[in-house]
Design a protein around this ligand. Structure first.
Ligand SMILES: [Zn+2]
Length: 494
């Protein structure tokens, strides 16, 4: 399909779905994210009983494919739900929770082997459809786009569909301009919707663009595959200049990380100078985002083609809702809204604090070298409109969560931007574990119950169309689930 024709098709799909979208905004969506193994480890009926009796969720969000998900957590990060906790580090659990039609994948070289891992013999989606129907619960598929590390050993022949780094090697994430990748992803969406009577499909890609990857982590810039170069040519971007600019920027950040003396005219000044000298770097980064959004437009169209009434949800991860100023600048939620019935921004108030500590430290090693960490934190609070008197100080980021105003402010921001064109359903973080990667004192971070009540109230006061109880049911303590249920009752939302 030619690009113009594709866009015209999308436009007509958008117009045709106006009614379905209005319906999505009308009633509060109280979703809870559950992993497939939880339903089977705890038992379907027992697990759904627990959910309905505590937090009063009206929708189950179950991974269709859990390639990219919380895996390998220590047993102490699980919550006690009254059933024995099994150490997932010792298990090889399936990553596919439904049955596909192999012919749906005929246009892609990527192949999924027959499921042989634990629970691979179950069609959990069929079981969940029946269980939810009996209870009047809605059932949404959820999926996070997998990357190189999550596909390794699980999906055959994925390598040619991955991004190519400036060094010519396979990069960490798939290339969304690669026809093999697009065909595989589109087949997953279509076939999932075709095969089960789902109420909706929520998708996300927890990714940094090439420019953020360089500035934060000094990662090798990407994607310089033939398909991205063709796209750049079509958009009038000089690929050779983009390569040169990314190469110089990467070299500069790499030197900073290695502790090589900083230039006398300043780190920030030199980063800006490279971006001005090579505006192709910004253009390349923007095309990365544009390809991601085109994927979102295809998801919307594919889901609606299978079931007009099904809701399309767009998951935005923590990096992209909260601290990646480049991602936030690239594309407005207003441009996403036509292709989503609801936007689910991750707004996990507790875990944001240690995550911020980690992010600010990374920037300190790179483009924000001239700012002290307290200055950098203050700048972040100011840019986002938070009250620094309420929020944690730099030395508190690893010991207390963000003030609940965070959830209200960020929800309100998106509600204001999308202007009713889609619903906003913030992801509320419940007992989300910290990991050693994010802070030296990683581990369980039980939610403070007063703050948990406050974030839910703030979300609805800001115009949320519901909440998504996150991130995984198996981490949520019963006390927290009950607090959520009580708060929703108090608010008249259930
Ligand atoms: Zn590419």
């Amino acid at each position: 399909m030619k690009r113009r024709q594709f866009i015209a098709t999308l436009a007509s799909a958008t117009a045709a779905t106006a009614l379905a979208k209005a319906k999505a905004v009308a009633s509060p969506l109280i979703g809870i994210q559950v992993a497939g193994h939880s339903l089977l480890d705890e038992g379907m009926e027992r697990c759904l009983d627990t959910i309905q009796a505590t937090c009063h969720a009206n929708a189950i969000f179950l991974y269709s494919h859990s390639y990219y998900a919380a895996h390998g957590r220590a047993p102490e990060l699980y919550a006690d739900h009254g059933v024995p906790i099994r150490d997932e580090r010792m298990r090889k659990i399936t990553r596919v929770w439904l049955r596909h039609h192999p012919e749906a994948f005929k246009n892609s070289s990527l192949t999924m082997p027959e499921p042989t891992d634990e629970y691979g013999d179950r069609d959990l989606f069929a079981e969940t459809v029946e269980a939810c129907k009996k209870r009047g619960l809605k059932f949404y598929a959820r999926i996070l786009e997998p990357d190189t590390s999550k596909l390794t050993g699980r999906v055959a022949n994925f390598e040619p569909a991955m991004s190519v780094g400036l060094d010519g090697k396979i990069s960490a994430q798939p290339c969304r301009n690669n026809p093999q990748w697009m065909a595989w992803w589109d087949a997953i969406v279509s076939d999932t919707m075709k095969s089960y009577p789902l109420d909706g499909f929520q998708w996300g890609a927890e990714r940094m663009g090439p420019l953020s990857s360089v500035l934060w982590r000094g990662a090798i810039p990407f994607c310089f595959c033939e398909h991205c170069e063709t796209r750049a040519k079509r958009e009038g971007i000089n690929a050779a200049r983009a390569r040169q600019g990314f190469g110089e920027l990467h070299g500069f950040i790499t030197k900073l990380h290695a502790g090589v003396a900083v230039p006398s005219d300043g780190v920030f000044t030199n980063v800006m100078r490279l971006l001005m000298k090579f505006p192709e770097v910004l253009a390349w980064d923007y095309q990365w985002r544009a390809a991601l959004e085109e994927q979102g437009q295809r998801v919307f169209k594919l889901v609606k083609a299978e079931r007009q009434s099904a809701h399309v949800g767009r998951h935005f991860d923590h990096q992209n809702t909260s601290w990646d100023a480049i991602f936030l600048a690239q594309w407005s939620y207003a441009d996403v809204a036509p292709f989503a019935d609801f936007i689910k921004p991750i707004l996990y108030h507790d875990i944001l604090a240690p995550r911020l500590a980690n992010q600010l430290a990374e920037l300190k090693r790179g483009p924000l070298a001239e700012l002290s960490l307290p200055q950098s934190l203050e700048l972040f609070y100011s840019l986002r409109g938070y009250d620094s008197k309420l929020q944690p100080k730099i030395d508190e980021l690893n010991v207390r969560g963000m003030d609940p105003e965070y959830v209200g402010i960020e929800t309100r921001r998106i509600v204001d931007v999308v202007q009713g064109r889609c619903s906003v359903v913030p992801g509320i973080g419940v007992d989300v574990p910290n990991t050693a990667l994010e802070a030296p004192n990683g581990g369980k971070r039980p939610s403070d119950q007063i703050a948990l009540r406050a974030v839910i109230k703030n979300a609805f006061a800001a115009g949320a169309g519901g909440i998504l109880i996150s991130r995984e049911y198996d981490e949520m303590r019963l006390e927290s689930l009950k607090t959520i249920g009580e708060t929703l009752k108090e608010l008249g939302q259930v």
